[in-house]
Design a binder for this molecule. Sequence first.
Ligand SMILES: NC(=O)c1ccc[n+]([C@@H]2O[C@H](COP(=O)([O-])OP(=O)(O)OC[C@H]3O[C@@H](n4cnc5c(N)ncnc54)[C@H](OP(=O)(O)O)[C@@H]3O)[C@@H](O)[C@H]2O)c1
Length: 223
Amino acid sequence: MAEHVAILGGTGALGYGLALRLGGAGVQVTIGSREEGRARAAAERAAATVPHGRFDGALNEHAAAGAGTIVVLTVPFASHAATLRAIAPALREGQIVLDATVPLAPAVGGRPTHLLGVWHGSAAQQTRALVPAHAGVVSALHTISAADLEELDRDLGQDTLVCGDVRAEKATVMELLGLLPGLRAIDAGRLETSRITESLTPLLIGLNIRNRTHTGIRITGLD
Ligand SMILES: NC(=O)c1ccc[n+]([C@@H]2O[C@H](COP(=O)([O-])OP(=O)(O)OC[C@H]3O[C@@H](n4cnc5c(N)ncnc54)[C@H](OP(=O)(O)O)[C@@H]3O)[C@@H](O)[C@H]2O)c1
């Protein structure tokens, strides 16, 4: 797959780990940030960690405009809407926003084990409301720990549940995620199902706090 992916908020924990993994798998990655210098610094760190990877850094809106099909969103829910409003004018027809955002309560001063109610039903449905109709929206990655992604020698050995209203968009995202060693991407249904998949994250965070682990999920009984 000759893909060029943008990761908005790729300077942070999840986005940076994903950048390393995708870069290692041969995908060109532009790390996006609200500040260009931070994005470039993260891209330099990624290039030093994965020498055969192709990384650069840019403002979120420039990263989205320059990307190929997939634009990944990895920002805290507190800045979810602001980030999408900033990049919406840059999104081209056929691009897909892959949303990993979880509406965790720290966005309003609460606990990471609590999920916020979102007017639209979920972060992904809020994304659908904020990006132009000519761009697609798919959600996934909610249960993948950033720490697992950054351990580059580690086979991920887990699943990720993928939600979206357009089968072809989900297939494109699942092909990309299939490049990550040991990660199985499962079609979990329509975008509205994201209200369930997003709610798994605070559950896993609670397990991690109690057991000092980085848990993930594995669905049994599927081929
Ligand atoms: N961490 C995980 O293991 C994990 C796993 C699954 C899902 N998620 C979800 O993925 C999203 C990103 O998580 P994360 O842990 O990677 O977040 P993070 O490290 O706290 O933030 C990611 C990036 O978002 C940007 N950002 C924009 N507005 C921000 C604000 N108000 N406060 C802080 N950073 C802001 C920052 O980039 P710039 O300052 O460079 O713009 C930051 O580097 C969240 O919605 C989270 O729930 C995380």
